[in-house]
Design a protein around this ligand. Sequence first.
Ligand code: ADP
Ligand code: ADP
Length: 220
Amino acid sequence: MRVVLMGPPGAGKGTQAKRLAEKFRMAHLSSGDIFRAEKAGGSALGAKLAEYMSAGKLVPDEIVVDVMAKAIRECSAGGGLLLDGFPRTVPQAQALDKQLAASRTPLDAVVVITADDEQIVRRITGRRSCPKCGRIYHTEFMPPRENNVCDDDKATLDQRADDKEDVVRQRLEAYYRQTEPVIGYYRQSNGEHVVEVDGNRAPEEVTASLIEAVSRLAGA
Ligand code: ADP
Ligand code: ADP
């Protein structure tokens, strides 16, 4: 099963992707996580990615498509695939379609998690994550048991550098201008496989709707 998870920054893609990937045994590929790992590794590519990410701008399509095509090839030997944060532009969606058509493994579902701007800003400014295992928390909505410490491995939680309010505004602008059109692209080419899920609700309610939608669309 191959699923694309879309939605504005802070909608809950990462949180929900972990749950869906586990439930349906899919490999979870997050473009943001892959880029942050590249940046942390200190490569020249990582430094280039960081320029765009810290400004809240989308990384250019040629770079994104290259990195993600390789990541998909490395993990999709017949297994399930959950793409989180990719594609984010129409040319990226076209490149993905081409790659999946060549391997005869087309998308089963495109799921969009919606969220209001006010909710997005509250979620992003309170977001914290574990540098060791990647688990996502929120200072108010999903706090760890012990203040600022990961429940699972006791590492001190991090705040992402691009989760500051001025960068968040840039990212939202990029979403509405460059990423929302991707939903239209999929509706046109693959309309029956697209579904929107209201992400303004409690995490468990969102998870239940996502599981229902993916099961239905993918015939799982
Ligand atoms: P969020 O979880 O808030 O939606 P991500 O972690 O997915 O953010 O992405 C962080 C940043 O990485 C983006 O603001 C952008 O600079 C870059 N990025 C991630 N995925 C893509 C993509 N598919 N195309 C272009 N840039 C991307
Ligand atoms: P995205 O990957 O779309 O940027 P995340 O999954 O990282 O979003 O979630 C953004 C922040 O909002 C995190 O701090 C997360 O704990 C919190 N969050 C996610 N889903 C919900 C929800 N349904 N209700 C309240 N907070 C949420």
